[in-house]
Design a binder for this molecule. Structure first.
Ligand code: ZN
Length: 150
C-alpha cells in the first residue's frame, strides 16, 4: 500500500493545484449540483451526452483538495465512456471507498481511481472523494434537486 499512498499524495496535490476540465461547457445536455455539508465541498458537473456516450464533461466548484482532485480525475476518466461504463465504475469506486479499508484494491478495474484507497484511512474524507461521482450520477439521471452526501 505504501506505493499507492505516495501516488495518492501526488495525484491529490497535482490535480487540486491544476484541476482538469475546470470550466463550464458551452454546449451541455445535463448538469447537476452536489454538496458535502460535512466538509463544505460544493461541485457542479456539466455533461454533454452524445447518445449514450459522454462526449464532454467538466466541473466547477469549491472545496477541499480531495474533492477537487476527485472531480478533476473523474472528468478525465469518464470522458468517452458510455453511461453504463461510467455508472459501473462509480459503483466499483463507491464499493472501494465505503468498504473495509483493509480490503484489497482491484487496481486493474479501478485504474487511477485506486489511488483514492488512501482516503479510506480518513473516514470523514470519504465523502469528499465520492461527491463528484454522486453529482455525476445525478446529472446522468437529469435530477433537478441538488444532491447531498448527507
Ligand atoms: Zn472535502
Amino acid at each position: 500500500m505504501s506505493d499507492l499512498r505516495d501516488l495518492y499524495q501526488q495525484v491529490i496535490v497535482e490535480h487540486s493545484r491544476s484541476p482538469r476540465n475546470y470550466r463550464e461547457l458551452n454546449e451541455l445536455s445535463h448538469s447537476a449540483e452536489g454538496y458535502n455539508p460535512l466538509c463544505g465541498d460544493q461541485v457542479r458537473v456539466y455533461l454533454q451526452m452524445q447518445g449514450d456516450r459522454v462526449a464532454d464533461v467538466a466541473f466547477q466548484g469549491s472545496g477541499c483538495a480531495i474533492s477537487k482532485a476527485s472531480a478533476s480525475l473523474m472528468t478525465t476518466i469518464v470522458k468517452g465512456m458510455t453511461r453504463a461504463e461510467a455508472e459501473r465504475l462509480f459503483a466499483r469506486f463507491r464499493t472501494m471507498m465505503t468498504g473495509d479499508r483493509g480490503a484489497e484494491v482491484d487496481e486493474e478495474a479501478l485504474g487511477k481511481l485506486a489511488v483514492f484507497a488512501g482516503v479510506r484511512e480518513f473516514p470523514v474524507r470519504v465523502k469528499c472523494a465520492t461527491l463528484a461521482w454522486h453529482t455525476l450520477q445525478a446529472a446522468l439521471e437529469d435530477r433537478d434537486e441538488p444532491v447531498s452526501t448527507e
